[in-house]
Design a protein around this ligand. Structure first.
Ligand code: F0G
Length: 356
C-alpha cells in the first residue's frame, strides 16, 4: 500500500485523482541498539526513509504531487534537484507515462564535460527512469530559480517542494511515527536543506494532534551543514559548500516553514561540520547497521552535540530521520573508510592477514 491509500483522508485527493503508487512509505522505525545506550538515551529511534522505492523520503511527497499534476492535466513535469527529488520525480513520471525534465546543478566553476555536482547514483536513477537531465551551470538555488521562472511561462508542472502537494505527501512520515509510537516523540531531528521536509513534518504532527491522534507535539530540531547554513546564520549563502550534496543549499524555498516549525515547537536549527557529519555517518553504519547518505547523518551529528551539551533529557523519546540511503552516494562514504585488503593466497595466508 502506498501513502495515498494509507492516509487518503488526510490528503488532498478525491475520486478524480488518479491512482499512483510505488508502495512508498511505511518505512521502518528502527530502535537504536548501540548509539542510544552509548549516549544514555533510553528511547532513540531511526526513521529509515532510505527504504522508500527510490531510496529517499522524496517518494512520499512526489506520489501525491504527481497524482495531482495528472489530475490537473499536466503531461510534463520539471524539478530542480540536488539529486533525490529528481530520482523520485523521474520514477513516478516513468510509472505514469509523462515527460520528466530534471535540472541539476553542475557547479559554478565547473570544467566542460565534468560530472554534475550531485551524487552519481542519483543521476543514474534519473537517467535510467528516462528523464531528460540538464546539468545547469551554477548551484541548486540558481537551478530552482530558473525552473520556477520557466514554469511561470510554459505549461510545465513544477514538482519542487514549493508545490504544496509535495508537503502534503511528506507529512505522512509524521503520521507513521505517531501511529507506531502511540504518540508524538519529544524530539524529531532531521536535516534541513530546501526546508520542505521540516515544514511537512511539523504540519503532520500538528494535524494529527488536532485530530486527537497525538497528545503532544515534538520539538523540531533541524541540522544544516556549516558551509550551507542560511537558516542558522539568518542570511542566504551565495556559495554553499558541504560534502553533503543533498543539502548544499544557500537560500531555502521553505525558509519560513522551517523557522515557524522551530519557533512554534520550541526547537532549534543548528549547523554541524562536514567532519562531524562523516563521523556520524560511519558510526551509524558501523554500530547500528544503518547506512545513510551524508545529509542524513547531519541530524545524528547534531544529536551527539546536544547530548554532550546536556540539552537532551535522557528519558525523552527521540526520532532521527534518516532521509536517504547510503547507497545513493557511495563515493562520499568510501573516501572515509579503509579500502579492501588486496590478497592473492589461500586460507592460511588469509587467516594470517586477518590475524585469526
Ligand atoms: N536529506 C536528503 C537525503 C535530501 O535529498 C534532502 C533534500 C534533504 C535531506 C533536505 O530536505 O530540502 O526538504 O529540507 N534534497 C532535495 C533534492 C533538495 O533536490 O533532492 P529539505
Amino acid at each position: 500500500m502506498g501513502v495515498i491509500a494509507r492516509y487518503r483522508e488526510h490528503l488532498p485527493v478525491g475520486p478524480a485523482t488518479p491512482e499512483v503508487d510505488l508502495n512508498e512509505g511505511s518505512t521502518p522505525l528502527v530502535a537504536s541498539r548501540n548509539i542510544g545506550r552509548a549516549l544514555g538515551l533510553k528511547h532513540l529511534y531511526f526513521k529509515y526513509e532510505g527504504l522508500n522505492p527510490t531510496g529517499s523520503f522524496k517518494d512520499r511527497g512526489m506520489v501525491v504531487a504527481v497524482a495531482k499534476a495528472l489530475e490537473g492535466g499536466s503531461r510534463v513535469l520539471i524539478c530542480a534537484s540536488t539529486g533525490n527529488t529528481s530520482a523520485s520525480m523521474a520514477a513516478y513520471a516513468a510509472r505514469t507515462g509523462v515527460r520528466a525534465i530534471v535540472v541539476v546543478p553542475s557547479g559554478a566553476g565547473r570544467a566542460q564535460g565534468a560530472p554534475p555536482e550531485i551524487a552519481l547514483n542519483k543521476l543514474s536513477q534519473a537517467l535510467m527512469y528516462g528523464a531528460k537531465v540538464v546539468a545547469l551551470k551554477g548551484n541548486f538555488d540558481f537551478a530552482l530559480e530558473t525552473v520556477r521562472d520557466l514554469t511561470s511561462h510554459y505549461p510545465v508542472a513544477l514538482m519542487n517542494s514549493v508545490n504544496p502537494h509535495r508537503i502534503a505527501g511528506q507529512k505522512t512520515a509524521a503520521f507513521e511515527i505517531v501511529d507506531e509510537l502511540g504518540d508524538a516523540p519529544d524530539y524529531l531531528v532531521l536535516p534541513v536543506g530546501n526546508a520542505g521536509n521540516i515544514t511537512a513534518y511539523w504540519k503532520g504532527f500538528r494535524e494529527y494532534h488536532a485530530a486527537g491522534r497525538a497528545t503532544r507535539l515534538p520539538r523540531m530540531v533541524g541540522a544544516q551543514a556549516e558551509g550551507a547554513a542560511p537558516i542558522v546564520t539568518g542570511s542566504p549563502v551565495a556559495n554553499p559548500k558541504t560534502l553533503a550534496s543533498a543539502i548544499r543549499i544557500g537560500n531555502p524555498a521553505s525558509w519560513e516553514g522551517a523557522t515557524s516549525a522551530r519557533d512554534e515547537s520550541g526547537g532549534l536549527i543548528a549547523a554541524v561540520t562536514d567532519t562531524e557529519i562523516i563521523s556520524a555517518q560511519i558510526r551509524l553504519a558501523s554500530s547500528e547497521g544503518l547506512f545513510a547518505e551524508p545529509a542524513s547523518a547531519a541530524p545524528l551529528a547534531l544529536l551527539f552535540r546536544l547530548v554532550r551539551d546536556g540539552k537532551i533529557d535522557r528519558d525523552a523519546v527521540t526520532v532521527v530521520v534518516l532521509t536517504g540511503s547510503g547507497l545513493k552516494d557511495p563515493e562520499a562514504a568510501l573516501k572515509n573508510v579503509e579500502p579492501p585488503i588486496e590478497l592473492d593466497g589461500d586460507a592460511r595466508t588469509l587467516a594470517k592477514v586477518l590475524k585469526l
